[in-house]
Design a binder for this molecule. Sequence first.
Ligand code: ADP
Length: 301
Amino acid sequence: MKIVLLSRNKNLYSSRRLIEAAEARGHEVKVVDVLRAYMNIASHKPTIHYKGEPLEGFDAVIPRIGASVTFYGASVLRQFEMMGVYPLNESVAITRSRDKLRSLQLLSRKGIGLPLTGFANRPDDIKDMIKMVGGAPLVVKLLEGTQGIGVVLAETQKAAESVIEGFMGVKANILVQEYIKEAGGADIRCLVIGGKVVAAMKRQAAAGEFRSNLHRGGSATLIRITPEERSTAVRAAKIMGLNVAGVDLLRSNHGPVVMEVNSSPGLEGIETSTGKDIATQIIEHIEKNAKVGNTKTRGQG
Ligand code: ADP
C-alpha cells in the first residue's frame, strides 16, 4: 500500500515507529507536513499538492495532527477523504475530540461516566458555579491546555474562587471539575484500535503532584484493567467516532470516569511501558480496512 503520514516531524517517536512498522510490512510511506500541503477545492476532482507535486495514488492516510494545527490539518485530511483515501481517523472525529466541551457533552449523553464538570463563559455567580460541581476541592482546567499545563487543583473554596476569577480575568476558557481524590494522582491510558483495548498503562504522578502527565514527571507502568474500564474505553472511542484513540480514565468511587479521548495518542509511553508493538497493530488495522473509497464520511463532515 501507499500510505501518507501527516506529521510535521518524521523524527518524533510515534512517526518513526509508524514508518518503521509500515515499511517492515512492505508498504511505502510518504511523510507530509500538513502546513505545507495546498489544495484545489474548486474542481469536481479534488487534489492536494506538496512541494510542487500532486499527492496521488494513496490508499490510506495516517493523521498525526498537532493540537495547534487542528483546523488546517483537518481540512487537508478532509481533502484526502474526498479523494477516497482511507483515513485512520476521520477528520470529523478528530475535530470533535479536539473540542473538550463537545466531547464531554457527547459522552455524557451516551451515559459514559465523567467527573462532574461545569463550564462557563462569564459566570455571573462563581460561587454558584462552584456549588454546581460539588464545591472544593476541585480542578480548574484551561480549555486550551495540553500536557497538564493549565490544570490547577484548588483545595479550598477561596482558592477555587480566585483561580476562576484569575482565568476569567485574562479571558481564558476554562472548565471546572470535581477532583477525583481517590484516583491518588494516577490515571489510566487505554489505547483503543478498531474497537478493542490493545494496551493499557497506568500513569502515576510524581510525589507531591496530582497531574500524572509524563511531561510533568509522571511514570508509566503496565496495568490490568477491569472489564468495566475496558468497555468504557471502547465505548468512548466509538462515541467519538475514532478508530484509534487514547482514552484517559480515572478510577473514581463511582466507577471509571473518562477525562479525555485523544485522537493522536503518543506511542512512546505505551509501547515502552507495555512492551507491545502498537505501531504494527495500527498498520494491520489499516491493511484490514483500507480500500479506495472506504471512508464513511467522504469529506462530508
Ligand atoms: P491535559 O489534557 O493537559 O493532560 P488533563 O485534563 O488530562 O490535562 O489533566 C492532567 C492530569 O491531571 C491528568 O492526567 C490527571 O492525572 C490529573 N487530573 C485531571 N483532572 C482531574 C480530576 N478531575 N481529578 C483528579 N485528577 C485529575
